[in-house]
Design a protein around this ligand. Structure first.
Ligand code: ADP
Ligand code: MG
Ligand code: MG
Length: 208
């Protein structure tokens, strides 16, 4: 597989949506321990809006699929909604011209940069950025090494999981988790975990 079709993009999103639904309680619990407990609800609402947008179409290109998802998130509340909305929008933009591993790497790089700019978050601040940045870097490195698309996505998933796990021992510097100080230590950031699941979903739909 050299590039993603519209059908692949749709499967990727559908798989991600199903995984989030299955793990809704875990996400809620993490945000309850280090935030206000609404993260699972916010994420599920955004993905329901995304699914409605996908049903309404058009979904004839990966760009259209990711635009529908971005719009679902941009219209959802919570801190995570607009940030993920802008993140998905950068993938949509990158997919306007290609959906190769290189395009995924470009999308992920621009997307992580937009979220960092909007949220003023650096790696190590215990947010979704802690998974987004290493995933983007892993994709870029994989492209430079000439890795194929499924392999590049596997590297991204591994890096995103490592990034998400690294948030467990951190004190938060951004978001509501930063209000609870030491109470957030020992709690994985749910936004970062979601990013790791997003790349897992990509791996499962592109695995040879
Ligand atoms: P809220 O705090 O408004 O209830 P959500 O529960 O929807 O927000 O989202 C919480 C997630 O948002 C966190 O797990 C974290 O990953 C992410 N987040 C919070 N603040 C920021 C920020 N400034 N930059 C990047 N991500 C952030
Ligand atoms: Mg919350
Ligand atoms: Mg909230």
């Amino acid at each position: 597989m050299q590039s993603l079709t519209a059908e692949d993009a749709r499967s990727w999103i559908d798989r991600f949506t199903a995984d989030v639904d299955d793990r809704f309680a875990d996400l809620t619990d993490l945000d309850r321990r280090a935030g206000d407990g609404d993260y699972g609800t916010n994420l599920r609402s955004a993905l329901r809006r995304a699914s409605a947008n996908l049903e309404a179409g058009p979904t004839d290109s990966p760009e259209a699929v990711f635009t529908a998802v971005a719009n679902g998130f941009l219209n959802t509340g919570g801190t995570s909604g607009p940030l993920f909305g802008m993140w998905f929008r950068e993938f949509a933009k990158a997919f306007a011209t290609a959906t190769t591993a290189e395009a995924v790497a470009t999308g992920a790089t621009n997307a992580a940069a937009v979220v960092q700019r909007l949220g003023k978050a650096e790696v190590g601040h215990k947010t979704m950025v802690d998974a987004m940045v290493p995933a983007a870097e892993a994709l870029t490195a994989a492209v430079e090494e000439g890795t194929d698309l499924p392999g590049a996505l596997r590297s991204a998933a591994t890096a995103a999981h490592e990034g998400a796990e690294s948030t467990e021992e951190l004190l938060a510097r951004r978001g509501r988790a930063s209000y609870v100080g030491e109470h957030a230590r020992g709690v994985i950031d749910p936004g970062a975990l979601t990013v790791a699941w997003f790349f897992d979903a990509a791996v499962s739909v592109t695995a040879p």
